[in-house]
Ligand binder design. Structure first.
Ligand code: AP5
Ligand code: MG
Length: 240
């Protein structure tokens, strides 16, 4: 498909329960609009854990218990990722960002999957780079739970598969590298339920924060095939 020009930079956040399909929808948006790229806070944290960085060692127990990592920890990680992608100026620091004014006129178009997750994280992000579309993905919990059991991941890239829905071309192998697929450590049912409780606690104030700014839209569906066309429609209406 030909690359479509955007009318303006798209800075998108995907919000939703664990396993709702944030990673899946981010991948589909990028396939359709290749000028987008995505950052998943969960993938950044899992890389830090795998590489045994000091931050990863601190984050691991929070993640394994299904709770959130502390705001200051995720903010440090995201700030450094945004800088490394040149989406914000290299001199930006968490301390000196103005509370309401963007520190630059950003031109990059991107998707953030899983960040921000709390309203303090959202307020900090407002001061670094203003977001212009927040998509709340909604699917019934019983449907999500069924998917998690079938999820397999390619840990180094974050690519996600599902044995019932988007199978890898070769069983148990990543399509791109051929590496063995693995299960995520936090995908046991008990941990998933803890993650869901955390999401229910934190998502309401987060969504209210963006509703007040007039950038929130809700996309509901039982499957990604129902959700994707609605998401593409919302995206095109705003940016194409
Ligand atoms: P994170 O990695 O963000 O996990 P999550 O929010 O729990 O979401 P998931 O990645 O589990 O699900 P997803 O919505 O991406 O769904 P997917 O597309 O894979 O965070 C992990 C942890 O890191 C957190 O618990 C926390 O500790 C920490 N953390 C991260 N960000 C943080 C932050 N900002 N602040 C503090 N802590 C933070 O889809 C799920 C499965 O369903 C896949 O197998 C997929 O193939 C399948 N699927 C998708 N659509 C369909 C369909 N239509 N039909 C069937 N299967 C489908
Ligand atoms: Mg994900």
């Amino acid at each position: 498909m030909a690359t479509k020009e955007f009318k303006r930079a798209a800075r998108i956040i995907l919000v939703g329960a664990p396993g709702v399909g944030k990673g899946t929808q981010a991948e589909r948006l990028i396939q359709r609009f290749p000028q987008l790229s995505a950052v998943s806070s969960g993938d950044l944290l899992r890389n830090a854990v795998r590489n045994k960085t000091p931050l990863g060692q601190e984050a691991e127990s929070h993640m394994q218990s299904g709770s959130l990592v502390p705001d200051d920890m995720i903010l440090r990680l995201i700030l450094s990722e945004l800088k490394s992608k040149s989406w914000i100026p290299p001199s930006t620091s968490l301390a000196d960002a103005a509370p309401t004014l963007p520190s630059s006129s950003p031109t990059a178009s991107f998707i953030l999957d899983g960040f921000p997750r709390t309203s303090p994280q959202a307020s900090k992000l407002d001061s670094l780079i203003p977001i212009n579309l927040v998509v709340s993905l909604i699917t019934p919990v019983n449907i999500i739970l069924g998917r998690i059991a079938n999820r397999w991941v390619h840990a180094p890239s974050g690519r996600v598969y599902n044995t019932g829905f988007n199978k890898p071309r070769m069983e148990g192998k990543d399509d791109v590298t051929g590496d063995a697929l693995t299960k995520r450590e936090d995908d046991g049912e008990e941990t998933w339920r803890a993650r869901l409780r955390k999401f229910e606690e934190t998502s309401e104030p987060l969504l209210e924060h963006y509703e007040r700014k007039g950038v929130l839209c809700r996309v509901e569906g039982n499957s990604s095939d129902e959700i994707s066309p609605k998401l593409f429609g919302e995206f095109e209406r705003r940016f194409c």
